[in-house]
Design a protein around this ligand. Structure first.
Ligand code: GLN
Length: 192
């Protein structure tokens, strides 16, 4: 039996996430079929969902306009998993600190966009992640800071700040776990 993985594809890094989820599934002896979500009516067919990086203002505007936002909320309400990365994390948060982003309130965190500072616009860091035996090489690109955490599990921190969190079926990361060929974060979100 194959699982169906939906990548929210209105804008942002779609292909890398599609590859990562297929490989993560294969490691668990499962096949994954990937569908790209740009319109309503597809989310209900998905076992797992990915909300990629990109531009959170654009992603939030389009998923609301297309009627996808409410479907993502229903997916989570029924206990199905979501991995939300970078801009995806911003959209999934309860507060993005920016009126142009209408958040989905799937993760009980406040974020600040682009807040790791200009010199650190993009950087890479080895992270200790709860649930992984060895460190994860994380790539941060104009990454959001998680500035307040509510009722979530913090899975990893960098520089004293949370950069990976879990709120029930939803995992959010400030960084891009799809860019390095290491799909352990996808496994953690979907298969463990
Ligand atoms: N800076 C982007 C935003 O605020 C996120 C960057 C990313 O997803 N790589 O939406």
């Amino acid at each position: 039996m194959a699982i169906t993985a939906g990548v929210v594809a209105v804008q942002g890094d779609v292909n890398e996430h599609a590859e990562a989820v297929v490989e993560a599934a294969a490691d668990h002896g499962e096949a994954a079929t990937v569908i790209e979500i740009r319109e309503s009516g597809l989310v209900e067919d998905c076992d797992v969902l990915l909300m990629p990086g990109g531009e959170s203002t654009t992603i939030s505007r389009l998923i609301h306009r297309e009627g996808i936002a409410a479907e993502i909320r229903e997916h989570v309400a029924s206990g199905k998993p979501v991995l939300a990365t970078c801009a995806g994390l911003i959209v999934a948060a309860s507060d993005a600190g920016d009126d142009r982003v209408e958040t989905l309130d799937l993760l009980d965190v406040h974020v600040q966009r682009n807040a790791f500072g200009r010199q650190k616009d993009s950087f890479e860091a080895p992270l200790d992640v709860d649930g992984l035996d060895e460190s994860f090489h994380a790539v941060f690109i104009r990454a959001p800071v998680i500035s307040e955490v509510g009722d979530v599990d913090v899975l990893a921190t960098w520089d004293g700040r949370p950069v990976a969190v879990r709120d029930g079926p939803v995992v959010g990361t400030s960084f891009h776990p799809e860019l390095t060929g290491d799909h352990r974060i996808h496994e953690l979100a979907f298969f463990e």
